[in-house]
Design a binder for this molecule. Structure first.
Ligand code: SAH
Length: 289
């Protein structure tokens, strides 16, 4: 970019003279305009002073959707290296390059909470992944159960939703959306030391709706607090709930902690969002600034 060229950042116009000066000016502008500056996940290594190539999708988004040009400020982040100020050093149809400036946030440990859910309708799954990402889920693992009757799970689309939600909400990691697997397979290959928090709305009496009150699990928040810290997963069933056989199998496993989410029966997407929020409040980072 030639001396005197200008970059419009929101309402600020920053005069640019040379590459070093440019980075400093954009960083100054960034302080007052942080929300206007695109925040993009970058898988590769990030370090002050390095130059990186962004993906073709990111080049398209910056150029055609956000109407940015070379010289514009961006923020790049990943869980391994943290978040950095950066400037687009080149931008054309298929290719974007960025010069990385100062580190804005150091990497930090995030709560180890995974969400296993039985696929439901497409809109509800997308809501689970978007809101679950905002609530800090570390991964999404679709699980096929006796009563799962969902359309095909589009993991590529769900991964894109998780990426967009992570970029928007300020977290450093992007949760992985895994391929669906059966409940039996999931339980047979359970990771040692991880607690499976089973959202179980049912009671034990087959003659009463929802199984009555007998045998109901303990409320989630108290149960999670009593279990203490450590890697956890949450399991939410399909619209029709888990079958009696699945419920018995789940409750027979030593790593399973059955919990109730209160006296009302929630839709699966609501249950996923509520259970993540309760776990984050009891054992995760919702109590933090
Ligand atoms: N059994 C019901 C409802 C299933 S709700 C039916 O036959 O229609 C879908 C899932 O959300 C359940 O499998 C459970 O994992 C979770 N869920 C909903 N309400 C809940 C509650 N009050 N406590 C615990 N889990 C709940």
């Amino acid at each position: 970019m030639a001396a005197g060229d200008c970059v419009i950042l929101g309402r600020n116009i920053v005069a640019l003279e040379c590459a070093d000066r440019r980075l400093l000016d954009v960083c100054d502008a960034e302080r007052s305009n942080a929300l206007m500056i695109p925040r993009l996940h970058h898988d590769g290594p990030l370090a002050a002073g390095a130059a990186v190539a962004l993906s073709a999708e990111q080049a398209h988004y910056l150029r055609n959707v956000l109407r940015r040009e070379a010289g514009a400020a961006v923020r790049l982040f990943n869980a391994r290296d943290g978040e950095f100020a950066a400037v687009l050093s080149g931008l054309d149809k298929k290719c974007a390059r960025a010069a990385i400036g100062v580190q804005r946030r150091a990497p930090q440990a995030e709560p180890d909470i995974r969400l296993h859910f039985a696929p439901v309708k497409r809109a509800a799954i997308e809501l689970i992944v978007q809101k679950g990402t905002e609530l800090g889920a570390a991964a999404f693992a679709p699980v096929l159960t006796d009563r799962t009757n969902a359309e095909r799970v589009r993991t590529d689309r769900l991964q894109a939703i998780a990426l967009e939600a992570a970029e928007q909400c300020g977290r450093l990691s992007v949760p992985c959306v895994e391929e669906p697997r059966s409940l039996a397979d999931m339980l047979a290959n359970w990771e040692a030391g991880r607690t499976l928090i089973y959202c179980d709305e049912a009671g034990d009496d087959p003659t009463v709706e929802w199984g009555g009150l007998a045998g109901r699990a303990d409320p989630m928040q108290g149960a999670v607090r009593a279990t203490g810290a450590g890697p956890c997963s949450i399991l939410v069933g399909p619209e029709g709930g888990f079958s009696p056989q699945e419920r018995a199998l789940l409750r027979s496993k030593p790593f399973v902690l059955p919990v109730t989410l209160g006296p009302r029966i929630l839709r699966a997407d609501t249950a996923a969002i509520v259970s993540l929020a309760l776990w984050q409040a009891a054992a995760g980072d919702l109590a933090r600034r």
